[in-house]
Design a protein around this ligand. Structure first.
Ligand SMILES: *Cc1c(COP(=O)(O)O)cnc(C)c1O
Length: 371
């Protein structure tokens, strides 16, 4: 008799991401700059660090399984109700719960080809099949294409990241609202707003816009600089958000993470400063790409996708050569986005390391074809 379900036996033995630690173990060379995972290298608010250090003394105790204080603070901050928020162990964790709540074998979900892969990973893990809409020629997710596919397939979930990872592109709120309005009632829109803190205000529908089939996901991992704490939240109507309470891991969010997120949320001055630093470093990063003869894509995030032209072979050769020089970066895995490398914004010293590594890499592998 098999030990595991037929679904588990059908899944590839894989993890969605190869971490920089694994690359360091493989090459034996530690990275000098870590610019591959869209972390905020400027780090969390000192107030959050102090709150987490304090909470560490209390870490013999479980966290509050209702995340009460944080939910209350988030609701106040956003101007929505306490019952419109649920907290979980990162957007990644919440996506897993959502797929579990909505999908089983035979169900379909829709996303963009080359979009954030963790959504697909969970969908496949619960037996759903993933249908893909290509990105538009201008490297934006194709909202009209998503609507059309949703109307044809009546999927359980449609995924959209706005702003987008891996391209850094964004849609205006009106386009997102059109997607919200036009989706079939039986399809939930998974609106991943991991990068909303960096986005122009005009790209975010009002947070009070709610529908039974709309969930928005936001995180402390990116602008707040707390990726290692694993804490994020979802926003939606009470009946929709409340479903997570049926399946979520009650103690999945640690006491330390709860304390850190609460203190980080209260320190909006620090957040504003961090965002300003990132936006100015993003311009410098784009400039480094231009001067190397590459084409930086406009970005509303804390990273820049850099079009290297040609096909995926050139970008991946270049990426490997940058990595060999001790700078961790990543690239989209799927054509046609795989002609890009994706570099996270860093401090001045990180960007200087990247600039040198990029110049050395281009000298080694040859100049790009016109992008
Ligand atoms: C980084 C990222 C996430 C992961 O968020 P966590 O809260 O750290 O799990 C989710 N979605 C997108 C689009 C991201 O880029």
């Amino acid at each position: 008799m098999p030990l595991f379900t037929s679904l588990a036996r059908s899944l590839p033995a894989t993890v969605p991401f190869v971490g920089p630690e694994a690359i360091e173990r493989r090459t034996g060379v530690p990275f000098k700059a870590r610019l591959g995972a869209n972390e905020n290298v400027f780090g969390p608010s000192p107030n959050a660090v102090a709150a987490m250090a304090e909470a560490a003394h209390g870490s013999w105790a479980y966290g509050d399984p209702e995340n009460f204080e944080l939910k209350q603070a988030l609701a106040g901050h956003l101007g929505i109700g306490f019952e419109n928020v649920t907290v979980g162990e990162g957007i990644d964790g919440l996506l897993g719960y959502l797929v579990r709540l909505t999908c089983g074998p035979g169900d379909v979900v829709v996303t963009s080809r080359g979009a954030y892969p963790t959504f697909n990973y969970h969908a496949i893990g619960y037996g759903a099949s993933v249908d893909f809409v290509p990105y538009r020629a201008d490297d934006h997710e194709d909202i009209d294409g998503l609507v059309e596919r949703a109307k044809a397939l009546r999927p359980k979930l449609v995924y959209l990241a706005n702003p987008d990872n891996p391209t850094g592109s964004w849609h205006e709120a009106a386009a997102v609202e059109r997607l919200i309005t036009e989706l079939p009632e039986e399809t939930i829109l998974v609106l991943d707003e991991a990068y909303c803190d960096f986005a122009p205000a005009s790209s975010l529908p009002p947070v009070t816009l709610m529908r039974p089939n709309l969930l928005r996901f936001r995180t402390f991992s990116k602008a707040y600089g707390m990726a290692g704490m694993r804490i994020a939240y979802a926003i939606g109507q009470p009946d929709t958000v409340g479903q997570f309470d049926k399946v979520r891991n009650h103690f999945g969010v640690s006491r330390v993470a709860q304390a850190g997120a609460l203190a980080a949320l209260k320190d909006q001055d620090y957040l504003r400063e961090a965002i300003a630093k990132i936006i100015s470093a993003r311009a410098r990063l784009a400039d480094i790409a231009l001067r190397a003869g590459l084409r930086p894509l406009p970005s509303a995030t804390n990273f820049v996708a850099i079009d290297c032209g040609g096909d995926g072979d050139y970008a991946s050769t270049l990426l490997e050569a940058v990595i060999r020089r001790g700078v961790f970066i990543r690239m989209p895995g799927v054509a046609p986005l795989d002609r890009m490398i994706r570099v996270t914004v860093g401090r001045d010293e990180d960007l200087a390391l990247f600039e040198t590594a990029l110049a050395g890499a281009i000298a080694e592998v040859g100049a790009p074809k016109a992008a």
